[in-house]
Design a protein around this ligand. Structure first.
Ligand code: GDP
Length: 172
C-alpha cells in the first residue's frame, strides 16, 4: 500500500507525575495504569492517525518532568511541531510549572511551535485546586488552546491530538 504519511513530532512537557506518560499511553495503546513508572530522560512512541482524510505518523516524545532533566528539554522540543504542556488540576504547583514551560517555549521556539495546555486528571475534579477560570484566563492571554483531559477515563485525549493536528502543516 502506498501510504502518503505526514510526519510530525509532538512533545509532552510538564511537572513530574502530572500524567504525561499516562496520556501518551492512553492515546497510543488505549490503556491506563495507576502505577505508571516514571520516565527517565525521555521516551518516544509512534502512532499513525487519520484526520480529515489525511494520514499522519506522529512521533510522540514523553519527557521526564524532574528538574534534573530540564537542561535536556530543548533537545526534545526543538523541531517539534506541537508541544502539549500538562498540569494536574489537583496541584497548583504543577500549573505554575506549566506556565514556566510555556514561557520557555514561546521564548525559544516563538511561532514555530503550536502549544496546547492540558488540564489533566479531570476525573479527580472534587479535588480541583486550579480553577477552570484561572486556566482559561492564562490560556486566552497566551493565545493557546486549553483542553480538560483524563488519562484515566480517556476524556478528550484523542481530541487533543486531532484538534492540534488540524492546525499543523499538511506537508512534511
Ligand atoms: P508523568 O510523570 O507526568 O509522566 O505522570 P505519570 O503518567 O507517570 O502519572 C503519574 C501518576 O498519576 C500515576 O500514578 C498515574 O496513574 C496517575 N495519573 C495519570 N493521569 C491520571 C488521570 O487522568 N487521572 C488520575 N486519577 N490519575 C492519573
Amino acid at each position: 500500500m502506498n501510504e502518503n504519511l505526514i510526519n510530525h513530532k509532538i512533545v509532552f512537557l510538564g511537572e513530574s507525575a502530572v500524567g504525561k506518560s499516562s496520556l501518551v499511553i492512553r492515546f497510543v495503546q488505549d490503556k491506563f495504569s495507576l502505577s505508571q513508572e516514571p520516565t527517565v530522560g525521555a521516551a518516544f512512541l509512534t502512532k499513525k492517525l487519520k484526520v480529515d482524510d489525511l494520514n499522519y505518523k506522529l512521533q510522540i516524545w514523553d519527557t521526564a518532568g524532574q528538574e534534573r532533566y530540564h537542561s535536556l528539554a530543548p533537545m526534545y522540543y526543538r523541531g517539534a511541531a506541537a508541544a502539549f504542556v500538562v498540569y494536574d488540576i489537583t496541584s497548583m504547583d504543577s500549573f505554575e510549572r506549566a506556565k514556566k514551560w510555556i514561557e520557555e517555549l514561546k521564548k525559544i521556539c516563538g511561532e514555530e511551535i503550536k502549544i496546547a495546555l492540558l488540564a489533566n486528571k479531570m476525573d479527580l475534579d472534587e479535588n480541583q485546586r486550579v480553577s477552570k477560570d484561572i486556566a482559561l484566563e492564562f490560556a486566552t492571554e497566551k493565545n493557546l488552546q486549553l483542553f480538560e483531559t483524563s488519562a484515566k477515563t480517556g476524556l478528550n485525549v484523542r481530541k487533543v491530538f486531532e484538534e492540534t493536528i488540524k492546525i499543523l502543516p499538511k506537508t512534511n
